[in-house]
Design a protein around this ligand. Sequence first.
Ligand SMILES: C[S@@+](CC[C@H](N)C(=O)[O-])C[C@H]1O[C@@H](n2cnc3c(N)ncnc32)[C@H](O)[C@@H]1O
Length: 236
Amino acid sequence: MLYERPAPILRRWLAGHSYDWIALGCAAGQKESLLAKKLPPPAIFHAADTNLALAQRATARIKAARKSYGRIDLDSHLASFPPPFSPRRLFTLFGVLPNLAPLPLLRRLSQKMRKGDLLLFSANLAPETSGFLGARRILPQYDNPPTRRWLESAVRQFRPRLDPGRLFFGVFPDPRQRTLARIEARWVSARRTTIVFSSRRPTPAQVETWIRLARLRRVARFLEPRREEGAWLVTR
Ligand SMILES: C[S@@+](CC[C@H](N)C(=O)[O-])C[C@H]1O[C@@H](n2cnc3c(N)ncnc32)[C@H](O)[C@@H]1O
């Protein structure tokens, strides 16, 4: 399982040290709990998400001497981390990069990290050397009857003001990084087109460029056999 694979390296890094774990965009903490089963318990586990109820549920899943949770907006400046308690901190960021502008977020996180802190993040990938080719190959995972039904009902529920129209799926350049492939679901009506879902699909090489540009250093990389998802362990 991808989220457990970093555990041996993390155990070596943690040997003999206490650490704080800050779980970013963790929802109810399912992925963090997989990793936590393979790690010594942290001194502090802090769950941070825009959804406070989910962040609270995440704390219930993880064993730690002290636990806390809080609201965070990863799209703005990151002021709300608890003060560091242990000499080492582990930040995790699972399943978030497809939906938020990745390079600005990695840069903001990098600025918050101290020497020796680690960040473990996952990314949905385009399984080809060209992001656009790879994203087109996996488009049927999105453009299929169950996903269409799910999105159409979400549009009816959350976007009741949208004109009658239909869903169109495609691969487009990310508006902030034209070389980055983004799968989009667009609601197309006679009057306008609205993006109702998007997911960025970088290649591993693009992720590694972000790491360098954010002044981070790769410690390890884990790719799924189908190369549709990967996780990176990085430090300052
Ligand atoms: C796709 S879910 C991923 C959840 C979980 N980490 C996983 O991989 O299954 C994205 C999570 O990020 C949170 N989120 C979305 N936008 C956010 C933001 N701007 N700041 C912090 N969290 C955000 C959502 O509430 C949600 O829990």
